[in-house]
Design a protein around this ligand. Sequence first.
Ligand code: THU
Length: 127
Amino acid sequence: MDYQELMNKAIEASKNSYSPYSKFAVGACLLTESGKIYCGCNFENSSFGMTICAERNAIGSAIADGERKIKAIAIYSPNQKHCYPCGACRQVLNEFKTKEGLDVITESEEGLEISKLSFLLPEGFNL
Ligand code: THU
């Protein structure tokens, strides 16, 4: 699974976004250490604080399937170039990074950008 394929799946996932309040669709697709992929989209709620981000939706599916190590995640929004994960999602990704770290893949017309989670979340909290 190369990173462009991962991004293509994130783009597909964004089409299922339920975002009637913000109108900001997001899709995410992650790759685990074992080579499996899991996708998610954001889904909002009339009680705004209940909204779940695309990244945490995808992470939840991976965890529910027994996966614990995430190598990479592609994130896409039709509303924004280089849609980076919010602070909460960065911390949740930090929990499940591999020993080698975790690649965060974003995109614009110029192509894919690969950022290390350790760059996006320096000194993330760990117990
Ligand atoms: N959102 C995500 O899905 N991922 C992020 O990392 C940032 C924000 C969603 C939440 C909400 O539905 C919409 O984008 C606007 O904040």
